[in-house]
Design a protein around this ligand. Structure first.
Ligand code: FMN
Length: 315
């Protein structure tokens, strides 16, 4: 991962290359990835309205405490986490984080978490008339005992859930997929057939670290989700395969992005936009730095820039 970047958050920048995801215009193709952005922590580093989009931490029907600690561990070129969707719940989100983000002018993608179909439906209904610009349904968290990833690994269950949610909201709905499946195309298709307007991929891969002094897992939960540059090649191959099978669906590529160049790889793999996750935990300015580097790289690639601007993709 890159080291800390000193960047003047007020440095003026006029974006030259935007994108469109499921009808929603982004100033640039780079968003923050869910769970790695917190307004209180990141808002001082850069102007959040200048990101393509801000994907929030997963929002559940009631406050969730998350998993016991320790719940993060470093790993070669990445990390493993078992935070477990800790968040203050949708009521708090609607009166606190969401209005604050909108007041700052951010494009908000609200990440939705649940333990059951009922949970997801409750949150989506509560958000239906909110100022959130887009909903990202997280059916891919490996760190909750039920719901989360179990929905995202079962094409039938996923299709049933997304069909139900589609009936509850007119907001653009992105479904966030897990790589912990045998056939990503089958689940991608199930989400789109259920009414997903776009797909985001990938969430973390199941992994763990062991403390060799105790012989026990480092994470209290045992296993967690791996993220960071080590998952980049895997994430790219998932985007590539889904794009191959579903040429029309907008895709947000996620996984190991820490530079404009790695973001560009996702755009060439067929993504319409990207999100930056773990890199922001090392360098809080990383999402903005990636966006600016990508803006420069797109200057030299007018064909790709033109496709993105029209809401289309490279392949
Ligand atoms: C600490 C942490 C918390 C996360 N929380 C969420 C979450 O609440 N909802 C979600 O959809 N993804 C969550 N993710 C997954 C990221 O959004 C992203 O999909 C994943 O980390 C891969 O991208 P990266 O390699 O750039 O981090 C989380 C990741 C990390 C590292």
């Amino acid at each position: 991962m890159s080291g800390l970047t000193i960047m003047d958050p007020l440095e003026p920048h006029t974006w030259r290359h935007g994108t469109v995801v499921a009808g929603m215009p982004w100033k640039n193709p780079v968003g923050t990835a869910s769970g790695t952005f917190n307004l209180d922590a990141c808002g001082d580093y850069y102007d959040v309205s200048q990101m393509g989009a801000i994907s929030t931490k997963g929002v559940s029907p009631v406050p969730w405490e998350g998993n016991p600690t320790p719940r993060t561990a470093e790993s070669p070129a990445g990390m493993v986490n078992s935070v477990g969707l800790q968040n203050p719940g949708v009521d708090h989100y609607l009166v606190d984080e969401l209005p604050r983000l909108k007041a700052l002018g951010a494009n908000v993608v609200t990440n939705v978490a649940g333990h059951s179909d009922e949970d997801y439906a409750t949150v989506v209904e509560r958000l239906a008339d909110s100022p959130a610009d887009m909903l990202e349904i997280n059916v891919s968290c490996p760190n909750v005992s039920h719901g989360g990833m179990s929905v995202g690994t079962d094409a039938k269950a996923l299709n049933r859930l997304i069909t139900r949610l589609r009936g509850l909201t007119d907001k653009p709905m992105v479904v966030k997929l897990t790589p912990n499946v045998t056939d990503i195309v089958e689940v991608a298709r199930a989400a789109v057939d259920g009414g997903a307007d776009a797909l985001s991929l990938i969430n973390t891969l199941v992994g763990m670290r062991i403390d060799i002094n105790t012989g026990r897992p480092i994470l209290a939960q045992g296993t967690g989700g791996v993220s960071g540059p080590c998952i980049l090649p895997i994430a790219l191959s998932f985007v590539w395969r889904v794009r191959q099978a579903l040429p029309e669906v907008p895709i947000i590529g996620i996984g190991g992005i820490d530079s404009g160049r790695t973001a560009l790889e996702f755009l060439y793999a067929g993504a319409n936009a990207v999100e930056v996750g773990a890199a922001a935990l090392v360098d809080p300015v990383a999402p903005m730095r990636v966006a600016r580097e990508l803006d420069d790289l797109l200057d030299e690639r007018p064909d790709l820039a033109d496709l993105l601007r029209k809401g289309e993709c490279w392949r």
